[in-house]
Write a protein that binds this ligand. Structure first.
Ligand code: NAD
Ligand code: MG
Length: 399
């Protein structure tokens, strides 16, 4: 008999809801659940437009509810699951309702600020939330961490860097922690000169050297905005100020991040670059479970190298650090304008170098104000998107 390793021996299976089940993180999560079927039951799945995959997942996992965020997919999803007793719904509110249903763990793996409402709904249930959707923490950091405290929820970081730090972070010794050290692969353009970046195509930019990921985070990795978002994410997850979060480029992506202590000790978590390791950690927490990620062969890898990040070639990191220092709504503006810039680049409307330009100009146009409510945040997010869109149109005409 297979051992029920992902939950306490003898206890019932963990009930899991997966938001963004059809994405890169979502499908890796399902892969792990299918390999450990005794340990988990799926409460709800949500996707957006890929109804075929969503229905396929539902037939395998037999959740209570399946939701397509895109309202237009309702009929097709309903049809695909006809004859089953799986409930079907569509639209953004239904995604939030999926997060509100009772479960032991919510995997938050929607991409972008679109994941905020459902992630917050899960947090307000006081449950464990495995957080991959870093943009929700970037755009609403203080509101989110307040809600986590108030509702006694647990955030389990899925992002490999934050998962590594979570594993090395001795919470009861947090006063002895000097720094968090986030590693960065440097992305596909690590060794290119800035002028060589002008004409890179979306296809070149999404081709990450170490990780296979969704399109948006792949572009963020190519500009290093991903690392900027992660500095902000780390500041909220671990209550650390900007000056105590270092970034080091480590092209092999073997050390996933580190925690430096006052006695000079530096603790690191290592592994092959496969998201199933940090996802398994969050699924099994506070226990561990097996994951099929390739085992490290350090003799074969032979060399781990490090270099400082170059904020001249990759200005996104500097913009994100500044937004974190400025505080208030600055990270909300950074995130919203970056989403517009990334999707405009993917659609061929602007060039690679234009992306950080769009973000910088939007930040300049919208000086930060203190963050007070979700309604205000939604308005700021919307305004930042329209300013960024206008800038994209101007740049597009010049191309
Ligand atoms: P992806 O594009 O592969 O998947 C995104 C998921 O979100 C899909 O299920 C899609 O259907 C859903 N979705 C998209 N738009 C939506 C909307 N408007 N409303 C509701 N659902 C919507 O993305 P991904 O690479 O899996 O990344 C998901 C999140 O995890 C991102 O925040 C990313 O930064 C983070 N993350 C990903 C990785 C990785 O290796 N892929 C690593 C670290 C962090
Ligand atoms: Mg990461």
């Amino acid at each position: 008999m297979a051992m029920n390793v992902a939950v306490k021996p003898g206890s019932a299976p963990k009930r899991v809801t997966i938001l963004g089940s059809t994405g890169s993180i979502g499908t890796s999560t399902i892969d792990l659940i299918l390999r450990n079927p005794e340990a988990f039951e799926v409460e709800a799945l949500t996707g957006n437009k890929n109804v075929k995959l969503l229905a396929e997942q539902a037939l395998k996992l037999k959740p209570q509810l399946v939701v397509a965020a895109d309202q237009a997919q309702y009929a097709e999803l309903k049809q695909a699951l006809a004859g089953t007793n799986i409930a079907v719904a569509a639209g953004p509110e239904a995604v939030v309702e999926a997060a509100m249903r009772p479960s032991d763990l919510v995997m938050s793996a929607i991409v972008g600020a679109a994941g905020l409402a459902a992630t917050l709904a899960a947090v307000r249930r006081g449950t464990s939330v495995a957080l991959a959707n870093k943009e929700s923490l970037v755009c609403a950091g203080d509101l989110m961490t307040e809600a986590v405290k108030r509702h006694n929820a647990t955030l389990l970081p899925v992002d490999s860097e934050h998962n590594a730090i979570f594993q090395c972070f001795e919470a009861d010794r947090r006063k002895s922690i000097e720094k968090l050290i986030l590693t960065a692969s440097g992305g596909p353009f690590r060794t290119r000169k800035r002028e060589e970046l002008r004409d890179v195509t979306p296809a070149q930019a999404v081709a990450h050297p170490n990780w296979s990921m969704g399109a948006k985070i792949s572009i963020d990795s190519a500009t290093m905005m991903n690392k900027g978002l992660e500095v902000i994410e780390a500041s909220h997850l671990f209550a650390m100020t900007e000056d105590r979060i270092d970034v080091i480029v480590h092209p092999q992506s073997i050390i996933h991040s580190m925690v430096a202590y006052e006695d000079g000790s530096v603790l690191a978590q290592l592994g092959s670059p496969d998201m199933r390791t940090p996802i398994a950690y969050t699924l099994a927490w506070p226990h561990r479970m097996p994951a099929p990620s390739a085992r490290l062969d350090l003799a074969k890898i032979a060399t781990l190298s490090f270099e400082p990040p170059d904020e001249v070639r990759f200005p996104a990191l500097r913009l994100a650090r500044q937004a974190l220092k400025d505080g208030g709504t600055a990270p909300t503006v950074l995130n919203a304008s970056n989403e517009v810039a990334v999707y405009s680049f993917l659609a061929g409307k602007v060039g690679y170098l234009d992306m950080t330009g769009v973000v910088e100009e939007t930040l300049t146009a919208m000086p930060p104000v203190p963050m007070t409510s979700l309604e205000q945040l939604a308005a700021v997010d919307g305004e930042a998107r329209s300013i960024a869109e206008r800038r994209v149109q101007v740049l597009g005409r010049g191309r």
